[in-house]
Design a protein around this ligand. Structure first.
Ligand SMILES: [Fe+2]
Length: 314
């Protein structure tokens, strides 16, 4: 097993910054977070050789970015279509428990590509159409919360397919700075409902009501469920909830410096603690067919009890 250097500023696990009752813990965390937050997308990128077998330095470089920004982009040299890439990379950064969604292959790793036929074409991830802002598995029940997600690019489209990403902790921070009651509203257990999904007349997934922001009671980690697809979500109809969701929507559609954009090239990938993300539409042609592997996990990257922030990436 790898061991991590721990000589970094850290917050005690008991100092939970995400609860509204603890303003001083929030202020302390906020200062560290903004002070060490990467200013440019390039600062999130880690060059690696083989993501299936990271060196200690590569692994630590990925983890450091994930601690500060909940995401890292790796650029690897392996061009093979090998599902061991996401599986083995995930394991090296603490991701073990894969979520098998109903369109994942049996091994829990989903191939995302524009498929012209079959039931998949009814679902936007399996088309070349744009995907609005969301976190993965926003429709999952609490027992299957998606804490981390990995995307690996096997081949890219002829054009398009760019991802925008925003750290969900930054979204929380900006909402709380604007109005702490926005956060209060989005933490309410009935803040939003994901309608049931019917399949051939039967309920394939029941409606799921829950909060947008959830703080894990044992780890103090922040989890976010969100989708900007209006037909996929019903907001609680009160003024604060609606104002908070409008603020979030405006933020995600703004030119916020906290939104990073990246188009994955073959061999590249994103590892993240299920941050907010979207995808532009794309176009394949005779020689370029976009194929990404996606893995979703019930684990967080490098999970430990403390909410830690590290010095800025140099
Ligand atoms: Fe996604």
């Amino acid at each position: 097993m790898h061991t991590l250097a721990r000589a970094v500023p850290s917050l005690a696990p008991t100092a939970i910054p995400f609860g509204l009752e603890n303003e001083s813990a929030y202020r302390q965390w906020r200062e560290l977070k903004l002070g060490s937050y990467p200013a440019r997308v390039e600062e999130l990128v880690v060059e690696v050789g083989d993501p299936r077998a990271l060196t200690d330095a590569e692994r630590e470089a990925i983890l450091r970015r994930c601690r500060n920004a909940n995401m890292a982009i790796y650029a690897g040299k392996v061009r093979e279509a090998d599902k061991d890439i996401p599986r083995l990379l995930g394991r090296q950064i603490g991701l073990q428990r894969l979520d098998s969604n109903w369109l994942a292959d049996d091994d829990g790793i989903t191939q995302l590509k524009a498929s012209g036929t079959g039931e998949r074409q009814d679902y936007i991830p399996y088309t070349d159409r744009p995907i609005k802002w969301h976190t993965d598995g926003y429709y999952n029940p609490p027992a299957r919360r998606i804490w981390a997600m990995l995307l690996h690019c096997v081949s890219s489209a002829a054009s398009g397919g760019q991802n925008a990403l925003m750290d969900h902790e930054i979204a929380y921070l900006l909402l709380r700075d604007a109005n702490p009651d926005f956060v209060r509203a989005l933490m309410a257990p009935d803040a939003m409902t994901i309608p049931a999904r019917a399949n051939e007349g039967r309920i394939a997934r029941p409606a799921e009501t829950g909060p947008v922001f959830h703080v894990d009671p044992t780890t103090a980690r922040l989890h976010m469920r969100y989708t900007a697809r209006t037909r996929s979500i019903r907001w609680k109809q009160d003024a604060l909830t609606l104002a908070a969701s409008a603020f979030l929507e405006n933020l995600l559609n703004s030119d916020s410096p906290y939104i990073v954009r990246a188009t994955l090239e073959p061999g590249m990938g994103i590892v993240c603690n299920n941050v907010l993300h979207d995808r532009t539409g794309f176009a394949d042609n005779a020689t370029h067919h976009r194929l990404l592997y996606r893995a979703r996990y019930y684990d967080r990257i490098d999970d430990d009890a403390a909410v830690r922030i590290e010095p800025a990436v140099s």
